[in-house]
Design a protein around this ligand. Structure first.
Ligand SMILES: [Zn+2]
Length: 645
């Protein structure tokens, strides 16, 4: 009944698919308020999302055309001659930008973009083989598939990315269907998934994909279709992990690659998932796997409950950069050992994204605000650094230090990050709020209007804020008629000291504490409260105000992080800062910020799209720090997040 009410409301707000709500499995006790019910009106994210729609998405679509990624589909459909071009996972760059465009359409109708998406889906659909197989690295020329694709269908799953490709295709199709109500792409996806159901299973072909992704996608497909077989197949792929399937493939690429593909831990195939208690291997693969494990832990159970909690602690307490970045090892794009966090970092943009998708799932299981503390740390720092302010240049790696040679690129040979970044930006409205029957969770502070149904009553929620520059947040509650609602508003970890984190702490205690008021009346808040809970009967126009003090604070890393010894980072609110040579006399050599330095912040509307800048006097020199996410928007130059004190 509850889900029917939600669907009824959504139907008035936007075009919404007629999903068949699954009935046979358990589900998350908390549900995200879907992006179709939330409109972002925010001064910080609004313009960035507009750049995403008008610059980033068209830019990626164009790059996909220029680099043969679209032609590969045309060639597979025999509409164009010629060999397959590029890497064997290039199909996903097309799928992910369709997903980004679809979510963008859900927020804002755009007939030109809508038409373009339909056109792309037509091109993709034509490349699908009659039995549902869709993988252009093979279909273009089955006698001579792309390097790494393997001689036959599904024969080199550990290197081919065949199932990885299907995963992104399914996610894109689910997004397109959810956003537009059109079945065109969803029909392609179910046809492909039905083929996988035919091929893989306990009594059929048993193997695992070398790059996880299809598992979480199959769960999504199950959600929109209600077809249990897709959930079962997702669980099957998880169950097969660590079962010592043949790992030897003939060498097809020189150098490191061969080593990686035969390293079981690299692709999280070293042990059954229920025994994987430490985050290892390729960080993007890992976060996609942990997302699927969290889905299955919640929806099926099966002994994974504790494992996902343990993994979350392992990642956030021992292996996460202060920017939220994941992956210390460059050569294998992998997690390093505990506390091994060199600042040259790998921290792939995709790993930040995979992390956020996982943390949200973790929150929906248990309402712990630590999940969103990790998500917010990533969102404003190690994720957002992945794209230039102009929207058309990208970081694949997000280091915390640069000698001046690092620069964003317009696109990549391996181009997983740009479209991944674009789809997360488009999905952002769906990350802000969550709810169950009686409780509404306010997890991110982003100016927005949300339409919910709580206790059977329609409630409009309006959030106003200048976050992340100001910690003042106003929530106006407008129920259709008076209604009991409990609001749980996250009090960010960065307002506290000591923080929960064993990895990062503030050098000085916070002088001021957060404050909450309802219609002007202060609500008592425990010291170190992780959320403000305000409940009662709400009437039209009731207002909750939240004050999160945002002094400039110094961050210290756990002593075990040797590279950060004797150094501090600068944080204000959720924003991590970096020093760039351009603001500091052309060089960061010998820059020190002694502990007694007074650091102050000023808003500079004309700098880097409008940012709060941090400055301090050290001797006769003024040091200037800008938000980490905004670095490298004024040419190449040295940069550092951790500064000697
Ligand atoms: Zn990537």
């Amino acid at each position: 009944m509850r889900s029917l009410l939600v669907l009824a409301l959504l139907a008035q707000v936007t075009v919404i698919p007629r999903a068949n709500p699954p009935t046979s499995a358990k589900d998350y006790p908390i549900r995200a308020v879907p992006l179709t019910s939330v409109r972002i009106t925010d001064g910080f994210w609004g313009p960035k999302r507009e750049i995403n729609r008008t610059v980033t998405i068209p830019h990626i679509m164009q790059q996909n055309e220029l680099t043969g990624r679209i032609d590969n589909f045309l060639k597979a459909a025999k509409k164009k001659p010629g060999p397959y071009q590029g890497q064997r996972y290039n199909d996903t760059d097309v799928y992910k930008v369709i997903e980004a465009a679809s979510w963008s359409l859900a927020s804002r109708p755009d007939p030109v973009l809508d038409k373009k998406v339909d056109e792309l889906i037509g091109i993709v659909a034509a490349a699908q083989e009659p039995d549902g197989y869709l993988y252009t690295p093979r279909s273009v020329d089955p006698a001579s598939p792309a390097p790494g694709a393997g001689p036959e269908r599904w024969s080199w799953l550990h290197t081919s990315h065949e199932l990885y490709d299907q995963g992104h295709m399914i996610e894109a199709a689910v997004a397109h269907y959810s956003a537009t109500g059109k079945r065109t792409f969803l029909d392609v996806a179910t046809k492909s998934a039905d083929l996988m159901v035919k091929v893989f299973g306990p009594d059929k072909r048993r193997d695992v994909p070398g790059h996880e992704e299809v598992e979480l996608a199959l769960v999504k497909l199950y959600r929109v279709t209600g077809q249990q077989k897709y959930l079962d197949l997702a669980k099957f792929f998880l169950d097969e992990r660590g079962q010592k399937h043949s790992v030897e493939h003939p060498q097809f690429e020189q150098g490191n690659r061969f080593f990686m593909y035969n390293d079981l831990a690299y692709r999280q195939d070293q042990a059954p998932v229920a025994q994987q208690t430490s985050a290892v291997g390729h960080a993007v693969r890992a976060t996609y796997l942990y997302s699927a494990m969290t889905d299955i832990a919640t929806m099926v159970g099966d002994g994974l409950d504790k494992v996902v909690d343990t993994l979350f602690d392992d990642v956030t307490e021992k292996k996460m950069y202060v920017t939220g970045g994941l992956g210390a090892e460059g050569r294998t794009e992998a997690f390093g050992a505990e506390y091994a966090l060199p600042n040259r970092a790998y921290a792939e943009t995709c790993a930040s994204i995979g992390g956020m998708l996982w943390y949200q799932r973790m929150f929906l299981r248990d309402a712990k605000t630590s999940r969103y503390d990790a998500l917010e740390r990533t969102l404003y720092n190690g994720y957002l650094s992945g794209v230039s302010l102009s929207g058309d240049r990208f970081f694949y790696q997000n280091p915390l230090v640069s000698d001046g040679r690092v620069e964003r690129s317009t696109y990549f040979d391996v181009a997983c990050c740009p479209a991944n970044l674009a789809r997360l930006m488009a999905e952002l409205p769906g990350l802000i709020y969550a709810q169950d029957d009686k409780t509404v969770y306010v997890n991110l502070f982003i100016g927005s209007e949300a339409n919910l149904v709580v206790n059977g009553v329609k409630v409009k929620l309006t959030q106003t804020t200048d976050y992340p520059w100001s910690g003042d947040v106003t929530l106006r509650v407008d129920p259709e008629r008076p209604v009991e609602v409990s609001f749980e508003i996250r009090i960010p970890e960065w307002t506290r000291n000591p923080t929960q984190s064993a990895l990062y702490r503030f050098a000085q205690p916070a002088a001021e504490r957060p404050a909450v008021a309802v219609s002007g009346k202060a609500v008592p808040l425990e010291p170190n409260a992780t959320s403000a809970i305000v409940d009662g009967k709400w009437r039209k126009g009731d207002v909750v105000t939240l004050k999160l003090p945002m002094p400039v604070r110094r961050v210290l890393a756990n002593d075990k992080v040797t590279e950060d010894a004797g150094k501090a980072a600068i944080q204000r609110g959720p924003i991590l800062y970096a020093l760039e040579a351009v603001d500091n006399g052309g060089s960061l050599k010998d820059v020190k910020i002694p502990p007694d330095t007074t650091l102050t912040s000023t808003f500079k509307p004309d700098l880097l799209g409008g940012v709060q800048v941090v400055t301090g006097k050290v001797g006769d020199r003024t040091v200037t720090a800008v938000p980490y996410y905004a670095w490298n928007n004024r040419g190449k130059g040295e940069m550092a997040v951790w500064i000697p004190y």
